[in-house]
Design a protein around this ligand. Sequence first.
Ligand code: NAI
Length: 248
Amino acid sequence: MLRLANKIALVTGATSGIGLATAHRFVEEGAKVVITGTDAGRLEAASKELGDVLAIRADAGDVADQRRIADTIRDTFGRLDVLFVNAGVADFRPLDGWDEAGFDRSMAVNVKGPLFLVQALLPILSNPASIILNGSVNAHLGKPGSIVYAATKAALISLARTLSGELIGRGIRANVVSPGPVTTPLYGKLGFGDSDLAGFKDYLIGVLPIGRFGEAKEIADAIVYFASDESRFTVGSELVVDGGMINI
Ligand code: NAI
């Protein structure tokens, strides 16, 4: 029996990295998958790669777009069983490099959009339903440059608990998967030059007890557990998938 047979599952920001790998795993496990992204060309490429998926162009930081996603899923499937909130901005700057617009953008994509997406989906979330939020080890660390990113990811850990507290009576549970460093296009978007980026990656490998970056599929496998009914007794919790980075 496939682990997600007959489930309708939404993955936000599924055109690359962890989101795309998770969409692949969801398809393999028998789910009907809905994906979102901001770029029409990249959405089309991801849809071709994944096969029979519903693609919705939407900005994860835009509240009206979150309502449109919910309306489209309601009109197409009538319900949603699994939500993986993956789309995220990783904007790293020192404290004195921040301005209000950058702060608002990180908060909008990483925190505000997810909250209003869940709100918009409430009428069609099944009983049982599983919400998985993509956190980060940065929520637990005080790494220089991560001041806003880490705060947004810490907010998601809180959100998984409060959403669960409010919604578990309806059979809806929320949990967080917090990845450590994973090889995805995200690192190319941090604004480093090539040699600085190589140095940063070497530094991270040096602090990873497992001695390497994770692969997107290794995070996706954890998300499949939360998406499936195998995790039905796991509510409001966090699974850190980080090669031992924060515990060893
Ligand atoms: P990525 O850059 O490959 O994926 C990010 C995805 O989010 C892309 O599909 C992108 O198009 C989408 N996205 C970004 N802004 C969006 C917006 N406003 N609206 C809709 N979609 C948007 O990077 P990766 O690594 O797969 O990142 C996915 C999530 O994983 C993020 O939330 C990130 O914070 C988290 N994460 C990544 C880690 C890593 O080492 N790669 C570690 C910990 C967490």
